[in-house]
Design a protein around this ligand. Structure first.
Ligand SMILES: N[C@@H](CCC(=O)N[C@@H](CS)C(=O)NCC(=O)O)C(=O)O
Length: 205
């Protein structure tokens, strides 16, 4: 059984959504972003960040590493294509791109707007973040204008990461009505039963 430390208003949601897609059992161990800095949690993730996973006496941090670990356990090629295939290489390409490119301007903007204390904030930072994001937005929008899913012809772990990140961009006002391809994609991913199940389940806790 997987134990997931986190909370739904964070990147942890990606993991709950994945577990629901795979119909795997897990426990939800709620921890706030603030409490992630407490000494007991630092033993689990020295970065003071969520999510983190426990599987027996094994601990893991970094949401994508956690997602891959869970996918590998499921042995389901459609959610994470098997190693050595071209689809797997494309999966890795998009996963690394989402985390290192697409997500970063949104994340740094969130830090600047909501996380850092007043003295640390950089004026007009949103403008720079939007500029960077708009370059990435074009790439993903062009890609999705020709297909329903990020890789291959079916839903995979990349769609969880991409839709979650784009939805974060939307709530940060980084998307406008003219981003119809991306907005349509987000809505389609959010209508998946597993997404709704994760959302409802976590609402109750
Ligand atoms: N690259 C990490 C990022 C984790 C992360 O930054 N999580 C946020 C919540 S979504 C957090 O715990 N932030 C606390 C902080 O930055 O102090 C991952 O994908 O797991």
């Amino acid at each position: 059984m997987f134990h997931i430390y986190g909370n739904p208003a964070s990147r942890s949601f990606r993991i709950y959504w994945l577990l629901e897609e795979l119909n795997l059992k897990y426990t939800y161990d709620p921890i706030s972003v603030k409490d992630a800095a407490l000494p007991d949690f630092l033993k689990i993730n020295p970065n003071a960040k969520i999510p983190a996973l426990r599987d027996g006496d094994f601990y893991l941090f970094e949401s994508a590493a956690i997602a891959y670990y869970i996918c590998e356990h499921s042995q389901r090629n459609s959610i994470l294509p098997f190693n050595g295939t071209r689809e797997r290489a494309e999966t890795d390409q998009w996963m690394f791109w989402i985390l290192s490119e697409l997500e970063q301007p949104i994340w740094w903007n969130t830090k600047n707007m909501h996380i850092w204390e007043d003295g640390k904030r950089v004026p007009n930072f949103t403008e720079q973040a939007l500029y960077e994001f708009s370059k990435h937005k074009k790439i993903v929008s062009t890609h999705l204008s020709r297909r329903d899913y990020m890789v291959g012809g079916s839903f995979s772990v990349v769609d969880i990461y991409c839709a979650h990140t784009l939805n974060w961009a939307k709530s940060s006002h980084f998307l406008t009505e003219s981003d119809s391809t991306l907005l349509k994609y987000i809505e389609s991913m959010k209508s998946r039963p597993a997404f709704l199940k994760a959302k409802n389940l976590l609402k109750k806790t």
